[in-house]
Design a protein around this ligand. Structure first.
Ligand SMILES: [Zn+2]
Length: 351
């Protein structure tokens, strides 16, 4: 089987194409992977994502450097969850919601059941959280069911059918919980495509998005990840805070795989932005303007103390790139930067 890696990926475009045999294609969010960056740019990526105490330019939270994920947190994961959670303690303030809530819940549980491993704790509480998740899902479905939409009889029948299918996904396939939310929403995307009442369908689609997700709901998090082993679970609590490379101009919009187009962003914000234009993104996250300066201040502080070969002009390049891409909304102050001795001229915009 031949596999082709495609460029110009965007949110709903599968990144792997199998040229023979039908295989389910996995969509990939743009900007999470870049295929064409050469080794030099890869080294820059590594240098940037490992800068300690770097605030995310979007949410402002201090990110967890990439190298934390390259070594085990504890020597052995077949020990009491108490020990694993102790190793995670120093990252607690860096965790996002719901990971931090999950972490605190686990801390309490581990005191109650000190003999259990992290995986065993997850499994012990899985059915409790599954029941909670299902209650929340049913609330969303009955809210749709009890709203009077202005639909033709045909569309109403299709809506009833989508609701019925969604309930089946909920209750009949208990084991494949990871895919459930996505599949439930897909029912309503198909409904939207087959009904002429666009305004109502948009409203229904917004309502179904309220289904709890592992990204914002502690119960769904427990349910979704209960099948992972203890090590994977421990890292899962840190993953959304991990420092990752974000393309200022999205890769899907011919953004360059170069340090001059790189911002380091926490994975959660990176996924949220995807390939959204900056103008839209900043209107949804106005705190980004202030947090970008915090990001730059830390970069400058770090570069002033430590020479990063090849990244001497990074503050200037990023200042210009963000200024251009945000139509002047983000204009960072780089006046505190002292160029290292011996670097006489900024390599003008390598993009
Ligand atoms: Zn962030």
């Amino acid at each position: 089987m031949k596999i082709i890696l495609t460029r110009n990926i965007n949110y709903y475009t599968p990144y792997i194409k199998h040229t023979s045999h039908g295989v389910l294609l996995q969509p990939l969010k743009a900007d999470t992977v870049s295929f064409s960056a050469n080794r030099k740019e890869r080294n820059y990526e590594t240098a940037l994502t490992n800068i300690p105490k770097l605030p995310c330019p979007c949410c402002g939270k201090i990110m967890i450097p990439e190298n934390v994920f390259e070594r085990p947190l504890v020597k052995n994961y077949d020990v009491s969850a108490v020990e694993v959670l102790r190793a995670l303690k120093k990252y607690e303030t860096q965790m996002h919601k719901p990971e931090r809530d999950v972490y605190r819940r686990l801390e309490k549980l581990s005191k109650k059941y000190p003999e259990l491993t992290l995986q065993q704790l997850f499994n012990k509480k899985r059915y409790y959280h599954l029941a909670n998740t299902e209650i929340k899902q049913l609330k969303v479905l009955s809210k749709i069911e009890n709203t009077d939409f202005n639909l033709s009889p045909e569309s109403q029948a299709k809506l009833n059918n989508a609701l019925k299918n969604t309930r089946q996904i909920m209750f009949l396939e208990e084991k494949k919980t990871q895919e459930k939310r996505r599949r439930m929403i897909r029912e309503f995307i198909e409904l939207q495509n087959s009904c002429p009442e666009k305004k109502e369908m948009k409203q229904i689609l917004l309502m179904i998005q309220e289904l709890p997700s592992s990204r914002n709901d502690i119960d769904s998090f427990f349910v979704k990840y209960a099948y992972l082993d203890s090590e994977a679970l421990a890292f899962k609590l840190l993953e959304s805070s991990k420092a990752s490379i974000e393309h200022i101009r999205a890769a899907s919009d011919s953004g360059a795989d170069k340090a001059s187009n790189y911002l380091v962003m926490c994975r959660q914000c990176n996924n949220t932005r995807s390939s959204m234009p900056y103008e839209t993104f900043i209107s949804l996250h106005p705190e980004m303007i202030k947090n970008c300066q915090k990001y730059m201040d830390r970069i400058i502080d770090y570069l002033n103390k430590k020479h990063l070969f090849g990244l001497e002009d990074y503050p200037y390049l990023i200042q210009k790139q963000l200024l251009d891409e945000t139509d002047g909304l983000i204009d960072m102050d780089v006046s505190k930067y002292k160029m290292p001795y011996g670097v006489t001229k900024i390599k003008q915009f390598r993009m």
